[in-house]
Structures are given as structure tokens and as C-alpha cells.
Design a protein around this ligand. Structure first.
Ligand SMILES: C[S@@+](CC[C@H](N)C(=O)[O-])C[C@H]1O[C@@H](n2cnc3c(N)ncnc32)[C@H](O)[C@@H]1O
Length: 277
């Protein structure tokens, strides 16, 4: 267990429990950036890539921070045996209610924080997937290393839908990006108010802890995974937005980026140690 600052780590976990208890019942309604047509296409492609790498439908997949089943249900419907881990009972309850009777046998849900789970559980997985999880963690780096340790040879790791930390390359484009953000956030708030869906942004002080450092740096993730012998198969950066049309404009016209997905694979054979000069 990472004990750099156990008190802070515990506070982050507790706030995550609190905010996701509130978010649970209407989580995806509150987050249309995960369900609009643009993001659905991104999701479909990512799921397809993972399935192609696993190559069979008898694989065991671990979904960390599975929430209400955004990734979990996609893999479950493709026939995989799923284990979902989340620290929020409320989020898991919503997911439980969405699992069809015919799929119950292949669907396991565990209420735990991911770090404890990865330390205590001894299973090896064909794939580990995590959507919008890393930025909630106190120490993503240590957790990434633990995920790599839990993959079977040839197993894949999907890090999905993480807020992207990167340097601003074009200040002009960045200003346009900010303007578009402002306009569509106003529209989003009006829609939520009109639909009577409460937003809990004021409750997020520590829950998405890594956002205060600007998000997750894909270069760092890549570096950590390579240090564990993983091969990076695919890294995509793009702009996610509440509404599909706005996402389309942001990606096609502004070419702005605020989100990334990464797919990595553990080779079948461990790579030979690098030769010393
Ligand atoms: C932003 S939500 C994403 C949920 C889902 N993966 C999705 O993409 O819709 C983050 C999820 O991670 C869970 N979570 C946050 N920190 C966690 C931790 N340390 N261990 C386990 N789950 C955690 C939350 O309870 C929540 O369900």
C-alpha cells in the first residue's frame, strides 16, 4: 500500500465514496460526454480493439472503477467473464440492476478500492480496463504498475477516457477551445436544470485529485507501462465534449485535445534484458 500520505489518500477515497453515492443513480445522464454519438464511436472502437487483442470470448476481464458499467456492460454483452471493482456501493447498485439474468453467471462485482484489490487479489487477467479512473487516484503510477503485474502473458491494459495533461501548443487555439467550453457548459447547465438533474460539482474538492495537476500525463503513463515491459499498441488524444456536435467541431475544426485513451499489451514472452554497453 502506498503510504506517502495515508491521511490524504484516505480523504480522497472518502470523498470519492461521498460524491459517487450522490452521482450513482443518474451518473450517465449527468455525463453526456460519455454517451453522445461522438464518444460512442470512440468507445466502440476501443472495445473492439481490446476484443481483437484478447482474441477469444472465454477471456477474464477486470474493470477497475467500473462505476455504473460504461465499459463493463459492453464486454459482458460480448460474452466475456467480467469482474468489476468500485469503491462506491451506489454505483455498483446501478450496475447490478442493469445486468440481465442470462449474464449473471459471468458477472462479478466487488466493492473495494482498487489499490487494496490489486494487492490482495491473486488472479491474472486477459485484460484490465479502466475508464475515467486514474484521475481519481492518489497515486496512479503505483496502481498502473500493479495492474501490469496482474496481466496474463499477452494480456492487454486499456486506460480509457482520462483527462489529458499536456502543454498548450497554440494559445490561439486554446482560447477558441475555452470559448467553446464556456458556451456549451452554459447549455449543459440549462439542460440539467430543465431536466431537474442536480449537479454536485461543489462537492468535488479532492475526489478527482489528479485534475488539480492538470489531469493525467499520457507520456508518464507510457513511461511507467514500458518500464513494466508493456508494449504500447495505441494512444489516441482527442477532445471530449458534453454534446456530440460540439465534440465533432472541437476535433474536426479546432483540433483541440483534452482526453486520451491508451491500449498496451504485455508480450507473450518476457522481453530479454537490455544489453549493457
Ligand atoms: C468518473 S467515474 C467512472 C465510472 C465508469 N468507469 C465510467 O467510465 O462510467 C469513476 C469511478 O471510479 C470509482 N473510484 C474512484 N476512486 C476509486 C478507487 N480508489 N477505487 C475504486 N474505485 C474508485 C468511483 O466510485 C466511480 O465509480
Amino acid at each position: 500500500m502506498n503510504d506517502l500520505n495515508p491521511e490524504l489518500r484516505e480523504k480522497i477515497l472518502e470523498e470519492n465514496r461521498v460524491v459517487h453515492r450522490l452521482e450513482g443513480p443518474l451518473y450517465l445522464e449527468r455525463h453526456p460526454e460519455q454517451t453522445n454519438f461522438f464518444q460512442k464511436r470512440v468507445l466502440r472502437r476501443a472495445v473492439h480493439k481490446v476484443c481483437k487483442e484478447i482474441g477469444s470470448d472465454d477471456g477474464q476481464i477486470l474493470d477497475l472503477g467500473c462505476g455504473t458499467g460504461y465499459l463493463y456492460l459492453k464486454f459482458l454483452e460480448r460474452g466475456y467473464a467480467m469482474t468489476g471493482v468500485d469503491l462506491s456501493e451506489a454505483m455498483l447498485d446501478v450496475l447490478k440492476s442493469k445486468i440481465e439474468d442470462k449474464d449473471q453467471e459471468r458477472a462479478r462485482l466487488i466493492c473495494s478500492d482498487v489499490e487494496s484489490f490489486l494487492e490482495e487479489n491473486e488472479d491474472q487477467w486477459s485484460a484490465i480496463v479502466a475508464s475515467a479512473l486514474l484521475h481519481h487516484l492518489y497515486d496512479p503510477e503505483t496502481n498502473l504498475k500493479k495492474m501490469c503485474d496482474k496481466l496474463k502473458p499477452g494480456g492487454v491494459l486499456l486506460i480509457f477516457f482520462e483527462p489529458l495533461k499536456q502543454k498548450i501548443k497554440s494559445p490561439f487555439r486554446y482560447q477558441l477551445h475555452r470559448l467553446l467550453t464556456w458556451v456549451h457548459e452554459v447549455a449543459y447547465r440549462m439542460e440539467m436544470k430543465w431536466r431537474g438533474i442536480a449537479l454536485f460539482e461543489d462537492k468535488y474538492e479532492l475526489a478527482d485529485y489528479q485534475r488539480q495537476f492538470g489531469g493525467i500525463d499520457p507520456n508518464l503513463v507510457t513511461e511507467v507501462l514500458r518500464s513494466q515491459g508493456m508494449e504500447i499498441l495505441h494512444l489516441e488524444k482527442y477532445c471530449s465534449r458534453r454534446y456530440g456536435v460540439v465534440a465533432w467541431i472541437a476535433n474536426r475544426l479546432l483540433k483541440s485535445e483534452n482526453t486520451f485513451n491508451l491500449l498496451a499489451r504485455l508480450p507473450d514472452e518476457p522481453s530479454p534484458p537490455a544489453k549493457r554497453e
